[in-house]
Ligand binder design. Structure first.
Ligand code: DAH
Length: 338
């Protein structure tokens, strides 16, 4: 038995020298230490030994077992670390490669302009309020002194829905909604989407307006002029000139269209302004007494001024875009420029 143990030891240590993989090592381990392994077999024979022989053989077999176990463990460790190194080499990451930049989003150009407009009026004490896109004929027209037989209705190219509903053609209905729920003084702006059946280089079926309304005991036209001039200079530059042209809106009397001096040619006349030196930016006027009556305000007690501007138009004056429909084509190459 002694010879047998010695032979197993020599043979196993020799075999270990040839092992190159963890798989091969595992099957060699089974050959010696497995349930039917060579070393296991010898140990099983221990029972047949005489009492005198047993302690010496026990000691020797433990020694052989310890030596081999250690040899197996050492090789396991060595092969594992080799394997890890190989893996690190093949899976190596080149940290000198440039990274992939995350694509940042930002506000749509029309929203950027809208936020500017809100900031400028906010600073002048105007509160932002909003109203629904789906309106009734009453708020969009009737309460704004535009009854159904009124010729101004034809100009609006309205998207009609059922049951007297429609997509609002302007943000003016929010004037009515606000005054119904609030006593003067009122000083609001209303940013929002509007809809008209219209589609060409300067019109999209959905567009944005910012409405303004100012009602007080003694609101004056000069106050309106001051506010709008301040707005235009902050938006388009200190040199901007303003011109009020008489116009007609059903809900204001008197009414005006407001032009600013063309920023491209400084008023000299160019293609942008059709050689007039002026570009129209908004409609405005003194609130018509009929509108006050619709919301139970007493026209003898209060005066009011209102204005409304197209945001795409203002954005276009800032950015000079030949066709405003491109704002809504979702082409990132276009949108990323702003
Ligand atoms: N609602 C008008 C439009 O869409 C714009 C407008 C003009 C609004 C004069 C006003 C105003 O408040 O006073 O054409």
């Amino acid at each position: 038995m002694k010879a047998e143990l010695e032979a197993i030891k020599t043979e196993a240590l020799q075999a270990l020298k040839e092992i190159e993989t963890l798989d091969a090592l595992e099957s060699l381990r089974i050959t010696y230490f497995g349930r039917r392994g060579k070393l296991t077999d010898v140990m099983k024979g221990m029972g047949k030994l005489s009492k005198e022989e047993r302690p010496a053989m026990g000691k020797l077999s433990n020694e052989v077992r310890a030596t081999l176990t250690e040899a197996f463990e050492d090789l396991t460790e060595k092969l594992q670390s080799q394997q890890r190194e190989q893996q690190l080499e093949t899976e190596a990451i080149d940290i000198t490669l440039p990274g992939r930049k995350p694509a940042y989003g930002k506000a749509h150009p029309v929203m950027q302009i809208m936020e500017r407009i809100e900031a400028i009026f906010g600073q002048m004490g105007f509160e932002v309020v909003t109203g629904p896109d789906v309106e009734t004929e009453y708020y969009n027209f009737d309460a704004l002194n535009t009854p159904s037989d009124h010729p101004a209705r034809d100009l609006h190219d309205t998207f009609y829905l059922t049951d007297g509903h429609l997509l609002r053609t302007h943000t003016s209905p929010v004037q009515i909604r606000t005054m119904e729920n609030q006593q003067p003084p009122v000083r609001i702006i209303v940013p929002g989407k509007c809809y008209r059946v219209d589609y060409d280089v300067s019109h999209t079926p959905m567009f944005h307006q910012v409405e303004g309304l100012l009602v007080d005991k003694h609101a004056t036209f000069s106050e309106l002029k001051g506010i709008l001039t301040s707005f235009a200079r902050q938006m388009f530059g200190d040199q901007t000139q303003m011109r009020f042209r008489p116009h007609y809106f059903p809900f204001t009397e008197p009414s005006a269209e407001v032009d600013i001096s063309c920023a491209v040619c400084q008023g000299k006349g160019c293609r942008s302004c059709g050689n007039t030196g002026w570009v129209e930016i908004l409609g405005a006027g003194a609130v018509d007494p009929a509108v006050f009556e619709a919301v139970n305000y007493d026209p003898d007690e209060v005066t009011g001024f209102a204005f409304g501007m197209g945001v795409e138009r203002i954005a276009n004056l800032q950015f000079s875009i030949p066709d405003i429909r491109t704002f809504y084509e979702n082409d990132l190459r276009f949108l990323r420029q702003f």
